[in-house]
Design a binder for this molecule. Structure first.
Ligand SMILES: [Zn+2]
Length: 203
């Protein structure tokens, strides 16, 4: 912490706010000599005054102690940019996952129904039919389970009533009647049961 830099920063912000040393001192309930001491770099503001001082000057405590505004704004912008990138990245991944879910669902249907059709149409022994149907049933169930898991975690469900977007529990989603990806579920926010659409983005 550089007292000189902090002092100059306080003076700068004070002038930007159109305050005299006396006016700032009065707002803080201290003498103008104390303010003058800070600004000359001979003393730091008392910790008990810092929050109030920062509020008056329109800066954060971190900014006050680092003696500048610009660096903080940059680092905040940088942080926001990275967070936004992470959100977009998740949206891209979710879209991809939901495409995989679609393919997985169709494949599972084929694997399930083709053996049943063959068993129904072609003449064969009963035990052969059972083996045939079962051979499609097991991989289809595995395929459907994966598809359901993807549907639960990728993106969000949007409540029609209140617009709340959320990730349901696997059980809540599994038990819910559905048309495609739109499911009839209870919203954890407003508690109403409606048909809730799948959305990829939260904004
Ligand atoms: Zn709701």
């Amino acid at each position: 912490m550089d007292q000189i830099i902090i002092g100059k920063f306080i003076a700068e912000r004070r002038k930007e706010k159109g305050l005299t040393q006396m006016q700032l001192a009065q707002e803080l309930g201290i003498t103008d000599r104390a303010v003058s001491k800070w600004e000359n770099g001979r003393a730091l503001p008392d910790a008990s005054l810092m929050l109030q001082l920062c509020r008056i000057l329109g800066i954060s405590v971190t900014e006050l102690l680092s003696g500048e505004v610009i660096a903080m704004e940059n680092s905040n912008q940088e942080l926001e940019k990275r967070l936004l990138e992470m959100v977009r990245e998740k949206e891209r991944r979710d879209k991809q996952l939901l495409r995989i879910e679609w393919v997985l669902g169709i494949l599972s249907c084929i694997i399930l129904f083709v053996p049943i059709m063959i068993g129904a149409l072609l003449p064969m022994e009963d035990w052969q039919r059972i083996v045939l149907v079962f051979s499609g049933f097991v991989p289809a169930i595995v395929g459907f389970s994966f598809a359901m898991k993807i549907e639960q975690v990728a993106g969000y469900y949007e409540c029609k009533e209140c617009g709340h977007k959320y990730v349901p529990t696997y059980k809540a989603m599994y038990m819910a009647p559905h048309m495609g990806r739109t499911r009839h579920m209870k919203c954890p926010e407003c508690g109403k049961k409606t048909w809730q659409k799948k959305v990829v983005s939260k904004d």
